[in-house]
Ligand binder design. Structure first.
Ligand SMILES: [Fe+2]
Ligand SMILES: [Fe+2]
Length: 234
């Protein structure tokens, strides 16, 4: 066989191989991009734990509004069904929210933003407020439970005073977390941190609409006709 024909064949074969290699490379690259896009779209559909926390804060503002309405309605004009719903939230939903912040969110922030001046002191202050707010919430829950059962507060003046002290301090606490903690979490937490927070939320919250949950209270309020604008929700 003349050498020119071999060269031509070799060139054709080389071109065929190169074309196949190029197509295989493109296919592989295409598959990689598809996989990346699939991963991104899965991540986009997963719940965002920071958004959930912010939403819970909106629901806590709503709880404060309900407590204020109860305080305003004392001694005779109080919704007993709403009082009973609030009791469950004070005993279940609020402590659950606090445990999530103390046990999952704050430790991550302490690690990821250790360089932030006064962060540890600020988070410790929030933890102290949780402690006093939680015991205060349980005392109020006992009083509201008696009110829901008997239709009258044991001591309306004292309960009004307790309620006002509680929702005032709660509103300050939530405002502070929304202004400082949430933006910081958005800035410093990694993808893995968010995954860990998401897992924790799913583990510890059998249903965000269950009895005693902040969402459950919101649904009761909606069924009762609502009470105006919700604040700081997503
Ligand atoms: Fe908090
Ligand atoms: Fe909070």
């Amino acid at each position: 066989m003349p050498p020119q024909i071999n060269i031509a064949n070799d060139l054709r074969l080389r071109q065929v191989f190169q074309t196949k290699a190029l197509l295989m490379h493109r296919n592989e690259r295409h598959l990689q991009l598809v996989r990346v896009n699939e991963r991104r779209s899965i991540e986009l559909t997963l719940p965002d734990p920071i958004a959930i926390l912010l939403e819970d804060h909106g629901l806590q503002f709503e709880l404060c509004d309900v407590l204020e309405r109860i305080a305003d309605g004392l001694p005779d004009n109080v919704d007993r069904t709403m009082s009973a719903a609030v009791v469950a939230v004070l005993r279940i939903g609020m402590p659950r929210h606090m445990r999530f912040e103390e046990e999952a969110l704050f430790p991550l922030l302490r690690v990821r933003a250790f360089w932030e001046d006064d962060l540890d002191r600020a988070l410790s202050q929030l933890e102290l407020e949780h402690e006093s707010d939680e015991s205060f919430a349980l005392e109020i829950a006992d009083e509201l439970e008696a009110l829901a059962i008997n239709g009258q507060a044991k001591n309306a003046e004292m309960l009004g005073y307790m309620l006002r002290g509680f929702f005032d301090s709660q509103r300050r606490h939530i405002e502070w977390e929304n202004t400082i903690v949430i933006p910081l979490a958005r800035r410093v937490l990694t993808h893995d941190d968010l995954h860990a927070l998401r897992e924790r939320l799913l583990d510890n919250t059998p249903s965000r609409h269950a009895h005693g949950s902040l969402h459950g209270l919101h649904e009761i309020i909606e069924r009762a006709g609502g009470h105006g604008e919700r604040r700081n929700t997503i």
